[in-house]
Design a protein around this ligand. Structure first.
Ligand SMILES: Cc1ncc(COP(=O)(O)O)c(C=O)c1O
Length: 363
């Protein structure tokens, strides 16, 4: 399965030796980041970027826009760089809040759609989930169809916290049907991890020329730049222009983020090693859950949603006492816990801890 030698991994990733977590350096299984950190090349590029940090980064910002366009298979006019995808999500939603607006989100979802609705004085319309916490597209369609005003639909695919994908045919057909006064913000923060061949990125609709959606992307996940805040919106140029009006006149990313992102976006080795390591580490986690008979959803991402069949809080507190931070509560799935996939050694440590918890009757 793993085609990369340890030496190559070491050269590309700068892998740190595992140390048992402590209160000062807890094991972070809570934010779905890339546990390796930035690639060696990206760190070097970021370091060099400081030399240029007294100058405006016009040209390099444009270079990153072009690189993102290549990555997506589109043109620079399809891209608007943003400070993390959070900013792309917010600006896209706000740009399309028309007359008498509603923001429609799955009830169990990453929170940006909901928080954007709230900051605009709207109560988000939370659509109950389908079986196994799936996104219920039929119910979402109903929520849009029955509403007289304009709708913005936000959903992440793959979904956070569930880690699963939404039926691409159903979702993409819905967008293609162009429901009246409806705009879609499709958050594909985790698309790079997906193995399921049935997944079709909503970017294909942008490429077909649809002007009723934006796809938001981030460098915070597989690209390991969460702290540098780099993301972008991908849409047809008319949509990009409309979304751009919701941000500062023309976003220039900080040069350190630009150079780190440029160093990684075309680095297939870093990308593939991150994907492979995630898969291997995730299997250690799911093997442990299988052994303990703990239910979980089939993950297409770098996190796994597990069914504790008990309240999250005591579990999270006991993990904290072991210096392990797990995901927060995601109502209404109050007995489920999201575990971010760490490195192989980190997952072995977590599996060992879970088995100790079982011995104590805690899970
Ligand atoms: C689904 C989803 N979208 C967006 C984000 C935010 O990412 P960014 O760091 O790009 O703002 C996250 C972060 O966890 C996420 O899970």
């Amino acid at each position: 399965m793993d085609q990369y030698s340890c030496v190559r991994k070491e050269e590309v990733m700068q892998i740190k030796t595992f140390e048992a977590p402590t209160a000062q350096k807890p094991l972070l299984l809570c934010f779905n980041e890339n546990p390796f950190g930035m690639s060696r090349k990206a760190k070097e590029a970021a370091g060099r970027a400081l030399e240029a940090a007294s100058r405006y980064p016009f040209i390099r910002n444009e270079a990153l826009r072009e690189a993102c366009a290549r990555f997506m298979g589109g043109k620079p006019e399809n891209i608007m760089m943003t400070y993390g995808s959070a900013e792309a999500i917010r600006a896209s939603i706000e740009a399309y809040l028309g007359e008498n607006p509603q923001v429609v989100v799955p009830e169990l979802s990453y929170s940006d759609g909901e928080s954007c609705a709230l900051r605009n004085g709207l109560t988000p319309v939370k659509v109950p989930m389908g079986p196994d916490w799936s996104v219920d597209i039929d119910a979402m369609m109903k929520a849009v169809d029955q509403f007289e005003g304009s709708s913005v639909v936000y959903l992440a695919n793959p979904s956070n916290p569930t880690s699963t994908i939404t039926d691409s045919v159903k979702l993409n057909d819905w967008i293609r049907s162009k429901p009246v006064n409806t705009f879609f913000v499709i958050d594909e923060a985790y698309a790079e991890f997906v193995d399921d061949p049935s997944f079709v990125s909503a970017k294909t609709l942008v490429d077909e020329g649809f002007d009723n959606l934006v796809v938001t992307k981030t460098f915070s996940k597989i690209f390991a730049l969460a702290g540098l805040r780099v993301g972008f919106a991908y849409a047809v140029p008319s949509v990009i222009e409309k979304v751009r009006r919701r941000v500062a006149y023309d976003i220039m990313m900080p040069i350190v983020g630009i150079e780190a992102a440029l160093a990684e976006i075309d680095d297939r080795e870093f990308f593939e090693i991150s994907r492979l390591e995630n898969r291997v580490a995730r299997k250690i986690l799911t093997d442990c859950l299988d052994e303990l008979g703990i239910e979980y959803l089939p993950s297409q991402t770098n996190f796994v949603f597990i069914n504790l069949k008990a309240a999250l809080e005591p579990f999270a507190e006991r993990m904290l006492a072991e210096h392990i931070l797990v995901g927060r509560a995601f109502p209404p799935a109050l007995e489920w816990c999201r575990i971010s996939v760490g490195t192989v050694d980190e997952m072995k440590w977590f599996a060992k801890t879970m088995k100790e918890f079982r011995a104590k009757g805690w899970v």
